[in-house]
Design a binder for this molecule. Structure first.
Ligand code: IPE
Ligand code: IPE
Ligand code: MG
Length: 241
């Protein structure tokens, strides 16, 4: 079985570059090629949703030069890749704290989303200036406002309601999570939505992550039995199909 939704922490760009005696930004540049390859492969495989984490809220603390480079890279993606994304019938979404981005990038993101809004192919979500804490905090704020305005009461708060206020409200939760570069942690990525996701880690640095690596992750996923708390016997009896 293929996952409906794949979420990836694209990690290891810096180390990939350092190993080659190149500046870290060369790794980020090389990482864009991997993004293109993996997006194309997901389109071909008819994956429904692909979420890529490109910049975390904690990454704002990196050297200013590196942050600027990543901001410019995102801006140029929104300007120069969007045509191709649109041609491939991809629906683009950006999740994260936009208020921290400069006005030009905010505008480019809004335009890119608008252009591709009616496309019916792969839903490509780029998490940018995103963190799980930020996402859950925003959800809590929205719920608090609804209570304050007497639209709901505290008893209405449920896992489903919280889910509806998160950045991935309109998408199924990720089925398969992939992190490259050997780190085995979530680093404040999608904290709520990864509750039942199958986790796959590979030592390969993101610029070396290619379609063959994706295939390995898909094979891993296909071999998992997802029980969601039930027993294997119950699943086999079709009780939770
Ligand atoms: C991931 O690669 C890309 C971003 C966080 C923007 P890193 O830049 O974290 O690369 P390493 O982990 O230092 O090798
Ligand atoms: C997380 O990676 C963010 C992205 C890959 C975009 P980091 O490389 O910054 O995470 P830590 O700090 O090593 O956990
Ligand atoms: Mg890293």
């Amino acid at each position: 079985m293929l996952p409906r939704h794949i979420a990836i922490i694209m990690d290891g760009n810096g180390r990939w570059a350092t190993q080659r005696f190149m500046p870290r930004i060369a790794g980020h540049k090389a990482g864009v090629d991997s993004v293109r390859k993996i997006v194309k492969a997901c389109v071909e495989k008819k994956i429904e949703v692909l979420t890529l984490w490109a910049f975390g809220n904690e990454n704002w603390k990196r050297p200013q030069q590196e942050v600027s480079f990543l901001m410019n890279l995102m801006t140029s993606m929104m300007e120069n890749e969007i045509k191709k994304i649109h041609e491939e019938n991809i629906q683009l979404h950006i999740i994260g704290d936009r208020s921290r981005l400069d006005k030009n990038l905010q505008q480019k993101i809004a335009q890119a989303e608008q252009l591709t809004a009616n496309n019916s192919g792969l839903k490509l979500i780029i998490a940018f200036s995103y963190s799980g804490y930020w996402d859950i905090t925003e959800a809590m704020r929205k719920i608090a406002v609804e209570i304050q305005e007497n639209r709901i009461t505290p008893t209405d708060i449920s896992p489903e309601l919280i889910q509806q206020k998160l950045a991935l409200a309109n998408f199924p939760d990720p089925d398969l999570f992939i992190r490259s570069s050997g780190e085995q942690r979530l680093s404040n990525f999608l904290l709520w939505n990864l509750a039942y996701t199958e986790l796959y880690f590979t030592n390969v640095f993101w610029p070396d992550f290619d379609v063959a690596e994706l295939e390995k992750a898909l094979l891993f996923f296909a071999s998992r039995e997802r029980r969601f708390g039930a027993t294997s016997e119950q699943l086999q009896a079709g009780q939770y199909a």
